[in-house]
Ligand binder design. Structure first.
Ligand SMILES: Cc1cc2nc3c(=O)[nH]c(=O)nc-3n(C[C@H](O)[C@H](O)[C@H](O)COP(=O)(O)O)c2cc1C
Length: 324
């Protein structure tokens, strides 16, 4: 029987499959079910930094969007910061798998002190989902510095593992990962799935595009896990976005991920689907004589390509020049 254990952000997980931050992971009852279905760990639903600042009496008073302030106010009423700490405490009493708290943030303001409360409540680690949308034409370095300042401050606030969930919209992802590691991140999640707008052309208004991913979204994740795992071996990588079956999990472990996160597929098929995915992963490993996740990890990363940029370019030329 294959050994599925894996090391992630310094913690030993019974298998590499993590249920990612979402409404699937916002109560003790749901998390107990997820543990029973076999997950290696869970990331709790995120608190927004605005909620934390709001409860600390520092709501954005100059908010240009009153409806955003209303939303935060209403959301805060039913998802208070204290409730979040209670959730961490209660879930730690009832389940054995690691529990990562999660904060969705943009700035290095007062909310950061709250991270130490999450640590005190018993979180095994903290995942920061940093969501900054540049809209003012500044150089990318301005935004990158914003990330680094924020991460440095949180790192100086807590001792538990710190994980950064990043988006794929960076000029140089490897630079970002290297730097995040240098300033104390223990792991990186690649990638977050950002809010995507759509336009309803009948009603002439902005709407939200589909929130769930599709299997084809895996390609972006796969490329960057393959590339970064080969060039930055000190930091552990968690692959997220587009993982809909065990084959995607196999690919991402071969590409070099330490863990793989799932969300949309569980919304579609229910959390019991985890059991099937883990069983299928095990069956594949046994059929290939892959004795452990460690043995698989990185076997198919970009390590066989001296310059992945040139290799990808040559694949592109070969692929498209033969088409009419
Ligand atoms: C309904 C829903 C709620 C989500 N809520 C959060 C959240 O609170 N915090 C977060 O970091 N990501 C959140 N996400 C993003 C997921 O954790 C995940 O990164 C994204 O869906 C991509 O993974 P997938 O392809 O497996 O769905 C949410 C996703 C969905 C579909």
């Amino acid at each position: 029987m294959a050994d599925l254990t894996t090391l992630y952000a310094g913690l030993k997980l019974r298998n590499p499959i993590i249920v990612s931050s979402s409404g699937l992971v916002d109560s003790v009852a749901k998390i107990k079910k997820i543990e029973a279905a076999g997950a290696g760990a869970v990331v709790l639903k995120s608190l927004f930094e605005e909620q934390i600042n709001h409860e600390a009496g520092r709501m954005m008073t100059d908010n240009a969007y009153p409806e955003a302030a209303d939303y935060i106010l209403n959301y805060s009423r039913s998802n208070s910061v204290d409730q979040y700490l209670d959730l961490i405490e209660n879930v730690k009493k009832e389940v054995n798998i690691p529990i990562f708290a999660s904060i969705n943030c943009v700035s290095d303001t007062d909310w950061i002190g709250f991270a130490s409360k999450m640590q005190a409540a018993g979180a095994d680690g903290l995942e920061l989902n940093i969501f900054i949308l540049p809209v003012d034409g500044n150089s990318s370095t301005v935004y990158e510095e914003q990330y680094f300042k924020l991460v440095e401050k949180v790192r100086n606030t807590i001792d538990i593992p710190l994980i950064i969930k990043m988006s794929s919209y960076f000029t140089n992802i490897l630079y970002m990962v290297n730097k995040l590691y240098a300033i104390g991140a223990n792991a990186v999640v690649m990638f977050n799935r950002l809010y995507e707008p759509d336009i309803n052309i009948e009603e002439m208004k902005m709407t939200s595009a589909e929130v769930f991913s599709s299997p084809s979204d895996l390609r972006q994740t796969l490329r960057w896990i393959s590339l970064v795992s080969d060039r930055q071996k000190d930091i552990q990588l968690s692959a997220s976005t587009g993982v809909h079956d065990y084959k995607a999990i196999v690919k991402l472990l071969l590409a070099g991920a330490s863990t793989v996160q799932v969300c949309s597929v569980l919304y579609k098929n229910g959390v019991d689907h985890l059991t099937q995915m883990i069983g299928d992963l095990e069956t594949w490993m046994d059929s290939r004589n892959m004795e452990s996740v460690d043995m698989m990890r990185g076997k198919m990363s970009y390590r066989n390509h001296k310059d992945p940029g040139i290799w990808e370019r040559s694949q592109f030329m070969r692929y498209f020049s033969n088409r009419d």
